[in-house]
Ligand binder design. Structure first.
Ligand code: GUN
Length: 285
């Protein structure tokens, strides 16, 4: 039976470090770190994630503002809003909750976020830094996964690391981070031939495909580390992309859903907000 990687416990440690550091920084600078989250439309999952982010900010002493826009907002209105936030000295982090409605040009809008306030690490400047192996603002979910591997002293060097999914949010950045950590990295996707056979060669398997419970024991090498990034509701119950019952019988380590990657994403968002704050406040003095 696999060791369960406890994302909730580790996220509490990270959040407590952020809280303590925030307290010191506020006292020293007399300015409070401020994260602005932009939420477009009424996607229930996005609304729930944004509430979670807001709650976490409040608990750690970070000021949080949620700006809501209706589904029919225009590209220009979004660009104007982001421009305003970019130049507002009281704002240190900007997060555009994804996905946004399809009529909007997400690439254009994300690119307009100041790289210094880009807590998600999604702007071209920060994506390029990460791809070059010099990431500063690293996307929150991949950053959280690397922290979990580190906490459980999972050695990456030379290991076969296989990522299922090639998204900008998870697949591509985690592949870059694993490569930087000297893993031998394979990225699989919906067109990969014989996916389960490829996956079952992995020492470390990161699953981010958005298909509930798709990855069962046939995808898992005996003793492998299985990181489940998926989160879906099936019959009102949260589950990941991995069939936990089956996969955990074969894995050496596995993340649960809920209580695995999810809480780490939020903890890393707080960390990134603090990173932006420190850079902005330090530079402006
Ligand atoms: N939607 C799902 N995950 C994320 C994330 O990490 N950041 C943003 N901005 N939106 C998301």
């Amino acid at each position: 039976m696999a060791v369960i990687i406890d994302g909730t416990a580790l996220s509490k440690k990270v959040k407590e470090q952020v809280r303590l550091e925030t307290e010191v920084l506020v006292q020293k600078n007399n300015i409070t770190p401020h994260l602005v989250v932009i939420l477009v439309g009424h996607n229930p999952a996005s609304e729930s994630y944004v509430r979670g982010k807001e709650r976490a900010c409040i608990k750690t002493g970070i000021l949080s503002t949620v700006i809501k826009r209706e589904e029919n907002v225009t590209n220009q209105e979004m660009l104007d809003l982001i421009n305003e936030l970019n130049t507002d000295n009281s704002v240190h982090g900007i997060l555009l909750q994804l996905p946004i409605p399809s009529h909007l040009d997400s690439e254009l809008i994300i690119s307009s976020i100041s790289p210094r306030k880009d807590v998600d690490g999604f702007t071209p400047v920060n994506v390029a830094k990460l791809a070059n192996g010099n990431g500063e603002l690293i996307p929150c979910t991949p950053k959280g996964i690397m922290k979990m591997l580190d906490e459980y002293q999972i050695d990456i060097t030379g290991k076969q690391c296989t990522v299922l999914g090639r998204s900008q949010i998870v697949g591509k950045p985690i592949a870059n981070l694993l490569l930087k950590a000297n893993g031998t990295v394979t990225i699989c996707h919906s067109k990969t031939i014989n996916l389960s056979a490829v996956a079952s060669m992995a020492d470390i398997l990161v699953v981010a495909i958005g298909k509930p419970k798709m990855v069962d024991d046939t995808y898992v090498k005996s003793g492998a580390v299985v990181i489940d990034v998926g989160i879906s509701k099936v019959d009102d119950i949260l589950c990941g992309d991995v069939d936990f019952e089956k996969a955990s019988k074969k894995a050496g380590f596995i993340t649960p859903v809920p209580g695995g990657v999810g809480p780490m994403t939020i903890a890393c968002l707080l960390e990134n907000t603090l990173l932006c704050f420190k850079k902005i406040v330090g530079e402006s003095k």
